[in-house]
Design a protein around this ligand. Structure first.
Ligand code: RP5
Length: 173
């Protein structure tokens, strides 16, 4: 099946970044940027639970054998993509609610977070902050078995800390 792709330049993806529609790319793109920054190979694909259900099953069922260790799944509206993926694989799934409807992502958040007991989906914040945190969470999961990656994460935290500590407030007007 041919779907839009935007893979990392590195070979052998460890993280699958999937989204329900190409219209979700502006939200999920920052997750890929964060994975790039940390040197984590990924693949990015459009996989729709309701428009391409057979492709969803194929993607989830082949994920582990293809070497994926974490899946980041973003979707808007009813947002059943992360839960359906999680139902078909033991690879951990991190769900990112996308603000795609008049409900601004609250619908997606509630749909993704309310998985019944038995099939977990790790749910992040709505929109780009959730996408970036999903990438960082994926990095921390991979980092449990990759000391060099843990080091890069620690450097990133230290750089953010130094940035905040170096901030000064402008004079009040
Ligand atoms: C969901 O419906 C997608 O994840 C997207 O957020 C939303 C709207 O999709 P489009 O109609 O823009 O393709 O399946």
């Amino acid at each position: 099946m041919t779907t839009p792709t935007a893979d990392s330049a590195l070979p052998a993806p460890l993280v699958g970044v999937v989204m329900g529609s190409a219209s979700d790319w502006s939200v999920l793109g920052p997750a890929c940027d964060t994975l790039d920054e940390l040197g984590i190979p990924y693949e990015a694909r459009v996989v729709s639970a309701h428009r391409t259900p057979d492709w969803l099953f194929e993607y989830a069922e082949s994920a582990e054998a293809r070497g994926l260790r974490v899946i980041i799944a973003g979707a808007g509206g009813a947002a059943h993509l992360p839960g359906m993926l999680a139902a078909k694989t033991l690879v951990p799934v991190l769900g990112v609610p996308v603000p795609a409807t008049l409900l601004n992502g609250i619908d997606s958040l509630l749909s993704i977070v309310q998985m019944p007991a038995g099939v977990p989906v790790g749910t992040l914040a709505i929109g780009k902050p959730g996408a970036v945190n999903a990438a960082l969470f994926a990095a921390q999961i991979l980092g449990t078995a990759d000391p060099a990656l843990r080091g890069r994460l620690a450097e990133r935290r230290a750089a953010n800390e130094a940035k905040v500590l170096g901030q000064t407030l402008p004079p009040q007007t």
